[in-house]
Design a protein around this ligand. Structure first.
Ligand code: NAP
Length: 261
């Protein structure tokens, strides 16, 4: 019998690790990727659950990294694909490095689109497959002090709903996972510049619960899911509030608290 196979990008920590755990518990063999050696620690934990796990330590913000991953999966039947790798970037837009801004656009949008194009085409030819993209409720609001990050997620939210509709008769499902603030290392990694944002110190959703909601929605073939009651309310309000007010609310959670310096 065909061994069910799942590929998860950005699975070394946070939501991606929890998605990989769900797929492993559901009996899939895994290929997990991240940009740092910590991916091996994640693989060890997943193997303890009885899963067969391959790892790749690759930079998915570069075309070369994606092609390396593709060369490992192009000839295999992919049952589940999780486009989860992503990076945030806090602080004032004009204080951020251009290279870091560019890297967020490359990783979160361009490279994710490339992955969906290749994997989606392959699944459509086979007539089956499920994809989950980790976007964000940040895509529903302009994000002062995380402006480019939110813009990349707005792009993903839109792309996902469009592709879900395009592929509805193809046997391929694409589900958009739109978490609200979730307790993961994304807030404390130096490179993401979020340490002094007020949101970092606040209570956030549990990554295991967020992943469970995403996984279940994916298996049910839903178009999108916003996990958690508070995030659902925020999403509903975002449909009626003016953009300028949403920007002001976002600023309150994202503007770095310099009184700490
Ligand atoms: N946490 C939240 O509040 C929240 C809310 C909404 C959406 N999200 C989205 O959820 C996804 C997962 O984030 P998370 O919160 O779980 O944070 P995280 O713990 O920092 O996880 C990010 C994952 O992506 C990997 N990654 C980052 N850059 C990469 C690159 N260039 N190449 C390959 N892998 C890379 C990271 O591995 P390395 O460290 O090895 O690079 C890590 O495994 C992201 O797309 C994020 O935007 C998070």
């Amino acid at each position: 019998m065909h061994e069910r196979f799942a590929v998860i990008t950005g699975a070394s920590s946070g939501i991606g690790y929890e998605l990989a755990r769900r797929a492993a518990e559901d009996g899939h063999a895994l290929l997990i990727c991240a940009d740092e050696p910590e991916i091996e620690d994640a693989a060890d934990k997943l193997r303890r659950l009885g899963a067969s796990v391959e790892t790749m330590n690759i930079d998915l913000s570069a075309r070369k990294g994606f092609e390396e991953m593709w060369s490992r999966i192009a000839d295999r039947d992919i049952d589940l694909f999780f486009a989860n790798a992503g990076r945030a970037l806090g602080d004032a837009f004009h204080e951020q490095d251009w290279a870091e801004i560019r890297r967020r656009i490359d990783l979160n949008t361009i490279q994710t689109t490339l992955a969906l194009h290749r994997v989606g085409r392959k699944m459509a030819h086979r007539g089956q497959g499920r994809i989950l993209v980790t976007a964000s409720i940040g895509g529903f609001a302009p994000g002062p002090f995380a402006a480019v990050y939110n813009a990349t997620k707005a792009y993903l939210d839109s792309l996902c709903y469009a592709l879900h509709d395009e592929w509805k008769d193809s046997g391929v499902t694409l589900t958009c996972l739109m978490p609200g603030p979730t307790e993961t290392p994304i807030f404390t990694r130096d490179r993401n510049r979020l340490q002094d944002a007020p949101i970092t110190a606040r209570e956030k959703d549990d990554p295991g619960e967020v992943a469970r909601a995403g996984y279940d929605a994916m298996m049910a073939g839903e178009s999108g899911v916003v996990p958690g009651f508070t995030s659902k309310v925020i999403t509903m309000l975002s449909g009626v509030l003016p953009e300028s007010l949403k920007a002001r609310i976002h600023r309150a959670g994202a503007e770095p608290d310099r009184t700490k310096d």
